[in-house]
Design a protein around this ligand. Structure first.
Ligand code: AMP
Length: 212
């Protein structure tokens, strides 16, 4: 049966970092709606230009844009045995659309990564990403070998525009208002589990792996 893991949780809870590890262990792709959008912004596609206005403010990009991108991505061949979603769905409408897309022979697990706001703000402020390959670093906990340079591809490490403090606060509010209602949505379906995202990475990863 096809395995689909949905990673929920506020920005900075570790969805991208944890998702990458699980993707390597389970050999299924990690699909990050944020990464796909940022790639479109970088390439200045029509869709990317539209999305950028919302992303810079920490607001959600319209459902139609993101849904189209995700639908296309999960049609690809590497998703046939399953995939991990990071950042999608982000509101109830998207969750309903996803339910329609996923066929019956799919085993869905939703993991809510939790952490306190103060912790999230600190983690996001210290986050740096490779502008070339998207790899995620943390200045203190996961520093690159050479400052400012990606260990994997040698690309330049930058701070995401939306990881600046004012935008972080707005993203947390948007999360609380639009995304957190999904917890109830999935809890009612009986497929929601909670794991702490503010512990050592290996612990978070192994706790999720034990759930499946
Ligand atoms: P992320 O990398 O998941 O933190 O996403 C960065 C930004 O991309 C968000 O603040 C939103 O502006 C946009 N975004 C990512 N995923 C979605 C989604 N599923 N729906 C709407 N906007 C999204």
């Amino acid at each position: 049966m096809k395995k689909v893991l949905i990673l929920l949780g506020p920005p900075g809870a570790g969805k991208g970092t944890v998702g990458k590890r699980l993707s390597e262990d389970w050999k299924i792709p990690l699909i990050s709606s944020g990464d796909i959008l940022r790639e479109n912004v970088k390439r200045k596609t029509p869709l990317g230009k539209k999305a950028k206005e919302y992303m810079d403010k920490g607001e959600l990009v319209p459902d139609s844009i993101v849904t189209e991108l995700i639908k296309e991505r999960i049609k690809e061949d590497d998703c046939k045995d399953g995939f991990i979603l990071d950042g999608y769905p982000r509101n109830k409408r998207q969750a309903e659309i996803l339910d329609q897309i996923l066929k019956n022979n799919t085993d869905i697990l939703v993991v809510n990564l939790i952490a306190d706001d103060d912790f999230l703000v600190k983690r996001l402020a210290n986050r740096r990403v490779c502008e070339k390959c998207g790899a995620i670093y943390h200045l203190i906990n996961i520093p690159p070998k050479k400052p400012g340079i990606c260990d994997i591809c040698g690309g330049k490490l930058i701070q995401r525009e939306d990881d600046k403090e004012e935008v972080i606060r707005n993203r947390l509010e948007v999360y609380r208002e639009k995304t957190s209602p999904l917890l109830e949505y999935y809890s009612k379906k009986g497929i929601l589990k909670e794991v702490r995202g503010d512990q050592e990475l290996n612990n978070t990863v192994s706790q999720i792996e034990r759930l499946w």
